[in-house]
Design a protein around this ligand. Structure first.
Ligand code: CAA
Length: 263
């Protein structure tokens, strides 16, 4: 067996074209720290550059997706340590610039940075055993990996304010009902299987269209509606220059299955 280069994550390809990354710091409930992100970012970058991978699932354990930033590691940091070294910036810079879909399968605790990590992914699947929350206020700080922005976009200002000011948790079922998660499964196993099945479905689509679809949906988070729709239309027009547009539409007209060229 080839020795894994990673200590804090486990990596596999359980289905053709599908990467699976499992956060693996069980003793600390997958508490997040920079050495873990160096590995996670390295792996995600490799998957993004690997033509044999089309989509990735990110998960944790049944007990914890991630229980937040490592409190013991950061408790003695000074302002100069945090600001001077851009603490936490590295945690989101790679994940939010990936071009291929990243689906999170969130079971157990997804608190603080764990909730924020899930919110950085393209699609969240969860289960009834999941506990989400932004408890930073109880530690004398605020969310620092995008929670105040991404959670607010996902669930609206009043609800986000309510959660972030009180540090109260919310369940996987609530995450689903509020639109944070796309699906909520009965069990953690079903959640991971569901995420892998969706990744496999995405891998079965043409790569160029998948890349374009992710790009335009993400634009909706940054642009106003008029600019966003214009942006979408330009990308849509551009796809008429792809072979896959001809392949996909011809296959429909001839009642055949499209065999994508990824060109
Ligand atoms: N940092 C460091 N260690 C952590 C941790 C964290 N965020 N979360 C859990 N651990 C450690 C515990 O200290 C404990 O270690 P020891 O066995 O050495 O004592 C081990 O993981 C198991 O945890 P518990 O014994 O506490 O397990 P539990 O089942 O009783 O409770 C829990 C689980 C409710 C998640 C509890 O661990 C907890 O409240 N964790 C902290 C959650 C939190 O506040 N997260 C936000 C962090 S701040 C942040 O993320 C900032 C940001 O915006 C990026």
């Amino acid at each position: 067996a080839i020795e894994s280069p990673y200590e804090h994550i486990k990596v596999s390809t359980p289905k053709p074209g599908v990467g699976l990354i499992t956060l693996n710091r069980p003793k600390a409930l997958n508490a997040l720290f920079t050495p873990l992100f160096i590995e996670l970012n390295d792996c995600l970058r490799k998957f993004d550059a690997d033509d044999s991978i089309g989509a990735t699932v990110l998960t944790g354990s049944q007990k914890a997706f991630a229980a937040g930033a490592d409190i013991k590691e950061m408790k003695d940091k000074s302002f100069a340590d945090a600001y001077g070294h851009d603490f936490i910036e590295l945690w989101s810079s790679t994940i939010t610039s990936l071009k291929k879909p990243l689906i999170s399968a969130v079971n157990g605790y997804a608190l603080g940075g764990g909730c924020e990590l899930a919110l950085m992914t393209d699609i969240i699947y969860t289960s009834t055993n999941a506990t989400f929350g932004q408890p930073e206020i109880k530690l004398g700080v605020i969310p620092g990996a995008g929670g105040s922005q991404r959670l607010t976009r996902a669930i609206g200002k009043s609800r986000a304010m309510d959660l972030i000011l009180t540090g109260e948790n919310f369940s996987g079922k609530q995450a689903y009902e509020w639109g944070v998660a796309a699906k909520c499964f009965e069990t953690p196993e079903e959640c991971v299987e569901g995420a892998l099945a969706t990744a496999e479905k995405i891998v079965g689509m043409g790569r160029l269209a998948v890349k374009a679809a992710k790009e335009v949906v993400n634009k909706s988070q940054d642009l106003g509606i008029r600019d966003g729709v214009e942006y979408e239309r330009r990308i849509f027009h551009g796809l008429f220059g792809s072979r896959d547009q001809k392949i996909g539409m011809t296959a429909f007209a001839e009642k055949k299955k499209a065999e994508w060229s990824n060109e």
